[in-house]
Design a protein around this ligand. Structure first.
Ligand code: PRT
Ligand code: ZN
Length: 286
């Protein structure tokens, strides 16, 4: 039987949808019925294993799955022996210390001798050790934010994205100690055949991720401004320039980076660009 690559994906939760979406945009077809434990892509040698996110690093380390998508926080907390292949950028969050109102916090030193509830004792301990702070950890797997109110802990250290959960529980976020995003992890014992499949998959994934960082932009410009505009927007090689019917005017097409989009946009307008059209790019390679 031909070799196939096996990927572990969170069955249900914050990572599931975007993980699957990323794979779909790579042109890989799967998912006929409601989600099962295992399924296979129909047009690419990839098999899916749907599991709890906490189990993904272990499955990849043990070779039950070849690769997986999981929060960087799980990887660092579990300290498994595996490779981080790509940072996928989504599901971003921070691991923060939060305290009840009335707790005087002036820095990590304020946690000396305190009881801190967390699901991430390893990551927290590393940070506190570096600062020479010793605290006792109350390791809980869920509802960390209620522990101060029920007298189990003095402070907490939990994942935060919007901060709404902390606010709802009367806690104040005082310090972010760690940042996380979803990452693709891989086994260190991949066979040559599976490595070849992984590389094929990564070529597609990189093209999709790169495209998401860029926008395709078209606009009209007085020809005299072209040199200045070209300095701002290099494009992949150099911008495509076509003459307009109206003398002295040109149409410019190029790609620009999402990170600097609004700055570039403002500069283009200031240089006299008109009729600016911006569209997303689906896939992009060099
Ligand atoms: O069932 P399973 O074990 O698979 O799922 P899970 O419940 O353990 O994980 P899930 O789906 O909640 O989170 C999966 C991953 O998403 C985490 O490991 C993080 O990498 C990432 N992520 C991103 C988050 C958050 N943002 C997040 N806000 N994980 C959890 N939270 C929780 C946080 O613990 C707190 O309870 O959301 C609450 C805070 O959210 P805000 O928006 O109110 O600040
Ligand atoms: Zn989990």
């Amino acid at each position: 039987m031909a070799e196939r690559l096996r990927i572990a994906i969170q069955k249900k939760g914050r990572l599931s949808e975007e993980s699957l979406e990323k794979i779909k945009t790579c042109g890989i077809k799967f998912g006929t019925s409601s989600r099962v434990l295992k399924e296979s892509a129909t047009n690419f040698p990839l098999d899916f294993l749907y599991v709890r996110d906490d189990d993904i690093p272990k499955y990849v380390e043990d070779g039950v799955a070849d690769i997986g998508i999981v929060g960087r926080n799980e990887v660092d907390e579990q300290e498994k022996d595996l490779d981080i292949i790509r940072d996928l950028g989504f599901a971003s969050c921070r691991l923060s210390v939060a305290v009840p109102h009335g707790f005087t916090y002036t820095g990590l030193q304020s946690l000396e001798g305190k009881r801190i509830a967390t699901s991430y004792p390893h990551i927290l301990k590393k940070v506190l050790d570096k600062q020479g702070v010793s605290a006792s950890f109350v390791t809980v797997t869920g509802s960390v934010e209620i522990t101060p109110a029920i007298g189990v802990a003095d402070a907490i250290c939990d994942l935060v994205s919007t901060g709404a959960t902390l606010a709802m529980n009367g806690l104040v976020e005082v310090e972010a100690i760690y940042k996380s995003t979803a990452v693709m992890i891989g086994s260190k014992m991949l066979s040559v055949e599976r490595k070849v499949i992984l590389d094929r998959f990564l070529v597609r994934l990189d093209a999709v991720m790169k495209a998401q960082n860029y926008k395709y932009i078209m606009f009209n410009l007085p020809e005299a401004q072209l040199k200045k505009v070209a300095d701002i927007i290099g494009g992949m090689k150099s911008p495509t320039v076509t003459p307009l019917m109206e003398k002295g005017w040109i149409s410019v097409q190029t790609v620009i980076c999402e990170d600097t989009f609004w700055e570039d946009f403002e500069q283009l307008k200031a240089l006299g660009a008109q009729g600016i059209l911006v569209t997303p790019i689906e896939k992009m390679t060099e």
